[in-house]
Design a protein around this ligand. Structure first.
Ligand SMILES: [Fe+2]
Ligand SMILES: [Fe+2]
Length: 265
């Protein structure tokens, strides 16, 4: 069965560009995805008005969405909120518990979302995230219970693959643990955070990263999202980029699966 996922990340409401966000919604209506995967950083500083704008955007999506938080969805340097009630706005506006593993099952697809954003970390850069053993085990259990032919997708904010220029940003913490358990169990890992669009294969899994969908926090390339189409052992990741007027396919990479392992086509 054909599966079509629109992968959005780093919307950063508060730093959003209205024309881009509106055109993105129109483009999503045209491509008619099975699922919209929203890979975190919905807001810029986790303030109420930003969450309200993000909520209004999500309500306009033309398909079910599976949404996970990013580091910007935590109150940045508002220390009292960050440590006392870090997810208050998230709970209020998204209606999900950020500590839960969230799932979505649709025709031919089983998707799991995990929150990799943390209030603090054992390093100087608290924007970095982590996946923990509880989340990995819960994800593996969902995939193990899914129908054999379903495409298995993990949705997170922090990356499982970095480009050479982004090495300093760091992989999601404990990515090695996650990959050890998800190898031969998962098909596709979706992330954001870097604000650059790229994809590749890690340990036989396809990893796709999307750029900032509709914010002006550009890191050297235009706004974009990924359209991922899978049919049996074939999968393509198409990056649809903003060209100043609309979103258009900029790059398309194909992957094929042999046994449990994906490789570049
Ligand atoms: Fe971001
Ligand atoms: Fe981020």
């Amino acid at each position: 069965m054909k599966v079509r996922i629109a992968q959005l990340s780093d919307l950063h409401f508060g730093r959003d560009v209205r024309a881009v966000a509106q055109t993105l919604l129109a483009d999503l209506r045209d491509v008619a995805p099975t699922l919209v995967a929203v890979c975190g950083d919905l807001t810029q500083t986790a303030r109420e008005a930003e969450f309200r704008a993000a909520r209004a955007f999500l309500d306009e999506l033309p398909a079910p969405a599976l949404v996970v938080p990013g580091n910007h969805d935590l109150p940045g340097w508002r220390v009292w909120s960050r440590f006392g009630r870090p997810w208050r706005q998230w709970r209020r506006h998204l209606g999900t518990d950020p500590h839960d593993v969230v799932t979505h099952t649709a025709g031919g697809l089983v998707a799991v979302g995990v929150n990799t954003a943390r209030r603090w970390g054992p390093h100087h850069d608290w924007s970095r995230g982590r996946i923990d053993a509880r989340q990995v085990n819960a994800t593996a259990a969902v995939f193990d219970a899914a129908p054999r032919d379903d495409l298995r997708v993990l949705i997170a904010h922090h990356p499982f693959l970095l480009t050479p220029s982004a090495q300093a940003r760091g992989l999601v913490g404990r990515s090695d643990l996650a990959l050890r358990h998800l190898r031969r169990r998962a098909d596709l890992l979706l992330g954001g955070h870097i604000h650059l669009a790229y994809s590749g294969v890690v340990d036989g899994l396809v990893v796709a990263q999307s750029g900032t969908a509709c914010s002006n926090r550009l890191k050297g390339e235009p706004n974009s999202y990924n359209l991922i189409e899978a049919d049996g052992d074939q999968l393509t990741v198409s990056t649809r980029r903003w060209n100043g007027e609309r979103f258009a396919t900029h790059q398309r990479t194909g992957y094929t699966r042999a046994g449990h392992e994906w490789r570049t086509a």
